[in-house]
Design a protein around this ligand. Sequence first.
Ligand SMILES: [Zn+2]
Length: 287
Amino acid sequence: MNTKQTKYTAKHFSNEFPNDDACLEWLKNYRFPDGIECPTCKKTTKHYKIAKRPCYKCDLCGHEIYPTAGTIFHKSTTPLTTWFEAMFWMATTRSGHSAKELQRRTGVTYKTAWRMFKQIRTLLDESEGILRNEVEVDETYIGGKHHGKRGRGAEGKTAVIGIAQRQGKVTTNVVTNAKRSTVMPLINANVAKKTIVYTDEYPIYDTLDANGFDHKRCNHGAGEYVIGDAHTNTIEGFWSLVKRGIGGVYHAVSPKYLQSYLNEYQFRYNHRLEEQPMFLTVLNQIR
Ligand SMILES: [Zn+2]
């Protein structure tokens, strides 16, 4: 995977966010870039940080503002620095980190680490927009004893449909089955008409042309070499990234949480070519 990203190292991180006050200050400036408009004074007033509490006070009337309000950090007893560190860490990986590793690294309990990652993943759920030009669609099964295609011995496996634009973004959907009636609406909703759509020979894709796409099949099941553009290497590369990560780092992911894990991989993949360091992209997802 090519990356143009400016390197944002652990050293950058610890210089910029050495303590909770620095994290809170960042959050305040991020949420109130033009200064804080005091709801009591009805104008932008000077606010100062209150010692030992995560809030800022209006210089004129004393009204208090909590920059964490409405964010995943609010009312958390975990220090903001630990939250930021977890986000930094999540952003600086391709294969993912486990809650166990976060526990070891930061000293929070396993339960807290697990909850933090779960909360951070909610920030990484974003719409990929409509995919176009050249798109690859593939279905896979994740979980159970062996990840694989089409759930041969599908017990314990969860079906996932992946759609990837070449040199572009990928979007994944956890589905209850990989039937045509499930797959086609997803393609219709995520891919522009007339797009060249590459799939394998599975019959669920038989109606792509009838749905207004330019369908091209590749027959790699028969052990043929890839001829020209007829391949699904993009989406398959993404699957192997996910499966390496989920298999090696997260071990077992329950179907209930699989989409949020996929969102995490998707987010990193979809922002891989941006110049802004990934960590700052994650930070900017705070709402
Ligand atoms: Zn005020």
